[in-house]
Write a protein that binds this ligand. Structure first.
Ligand SMILES: [Zn+2]
Length: 379
């Protein structure tokens, strides 16, 4: 989910409070802050993703389970069919993304005899406003962020319990919340690791982190994802939609696709089917407007339209009332998130889940296209 941080992130949070005109001013300043931090003075708004903000109002009387809306009718969707005995990996940038985006899919795969592994890229330990809320004071320490990351880890395990998944079915990579895009853009080599401004660590700090002897560098994250994929040997992989506005989400997708584009060509291995989910995109999933905009967006939802992302097919997975209720149970495990953004999260309690499919051409092309934006060629 969203963690407003850094100077530009705080600007997003304030913009959400100020309304449209204030938002325009502040978000302009925010884009400048990103450019300044990265030593870039032009064109970054069309290259790098920017932090989304949450501005969702909820009626106190809103039903827990929302009815279908019109968004899927604007897209040519077909139903997602779940074959038996699948091996599914769901990549979640933060604890809760797997539930809001794919709780129904996880249940359907389990009910069809399949196995599921959920990979948490971060423990969500960089969400400043939520940590302040949690500790009941404005001044926070690195210990507060670490305790918060441990709390979100524990919540994730409780959520997975709703799907009858255990700790063996989860992988916590422990990479930096609010920093996945920094690894891609500025800390690729492990000779120059990134340090989380929240936990003050430059490597996974948690005892339950899957691999401890890695650093916060793009090469090390890519290596960790490769190990996860090689270890589990999935048939299907679910990633965030590369057009998601949250930098951790879209960059998680690019990292995973970069790993998969190599794996797709290993002769002994069956090709992997890749599905992608949206979380942070304007009006998603509450109104149909997002469906009109998405086909013109590039990685990070930028207006730099992507050749590789245009025209992706959309698939709809209907959820039974029982599956919807289980999704609600799993979401309720995330008390730390519901405390600070209940209306946003509850939007995802619907009678269907929506995914887009990324074929081989896109799996190979998206990371190449995105690396080129930063003047880097993929090896
Ligand atoms: Zn997230």
């Amino acid at each position: 989910m969203v963690r407003p941080m850094h100077s530009w992130n705080r600007a997003f949070a304030y913009a959400a409070l100020l309304g449209v005109s204030g938002a325009v001013l502040l978000l302009g300043a925010a884009a400048g802050a990103i450019a300044a931090e990265r030593g870039d003075t032009q064109g970054l708004a069309d290259r790098a993703p920017t932090r989304p903000h949450l501005d969702v109002q909820e009626s106190p009387h809103a039903p827990l389970l929302l009815p279908n809306d019109l968004s899927s009718t604007l897209l040519a969707t077909s139903e997602l069919v779940i074959p038996p005995d699948l091996r599914l990996i769901v990549f979640a940038p933060h604890p809760d993304d797997e539930t809001i985006a794919a709780a129904g899919l996880i249940q359907r795969v389990r009910e069809s005899g399949g196995e599921v592994r959920v990979v948490y890229m971060t423990n969500g330990d960089g969400y400043v406003d939520a940590v302040r809320h949690s500790v009941h004071r404005d001044k926070t320490s690195s210990a507060d962020f670490l305790a918060y990351g441990q709390r979100r880890h524990d919540e994730a395990l409780r959520a997975l319990g709703s799907f009858r998944l255990g700790s063996d079915d989860a992988v916590f990579l422990g990479f930096p919340d609010d920093g996945i895009d920094d690894l891609w853009a500025g800390h690729w080599s492990d000779s120059n690791p990134y340090t989380s401004p929240y936990t003050r660590f430059d490597r996974p700090p948690y005892k339950d982190s899957w691999i401890r002897n890695v650093e916060y560098a793009g090469t090390d994250l890519k290596g960790a994802i490769t190990r996860v994929v090689d270890d589990f040997q999935p048939n299907w992989v679910v990633v965030p939609d590369p057009r998601d506005r949250h930098p951790d989400h879209c960059t998680t997708a690019v990292f995973v696709l970069d790993v998969l584009q190599r794996a797709q060509h290993i002769p002994a291995r069956a090709p992997v089917r890749v599905l992608a989910y949206l979380v942070h995109y304007p009006d998603y999933p509450a109104s149909a407007n997002w469906a009109k905009q998405i086909s013109g967006a590039g990685v990070g939802g930028t207006s730099a339209a992507s050749r590789e992302l245009s025209g992706t097919p959309w698939l709809r997975l209907p959820l039974s009332s029982s599956q919807q209720a289980t999704k609600g149970d799993a979401l309720n495990a995330y008390a730390s998130q519901l405390e600070v953004m209940r209306p946003f999260l509850r939007q995802f309690l619907r009678s269907y889940e929506l995914f887009t499919e990324l074929d081989d051409r896109r799996i190979a092309g998206i990371p190449r296209e995105y690396a080129a934006r930063f003047g880097r060629a993929l090896k």
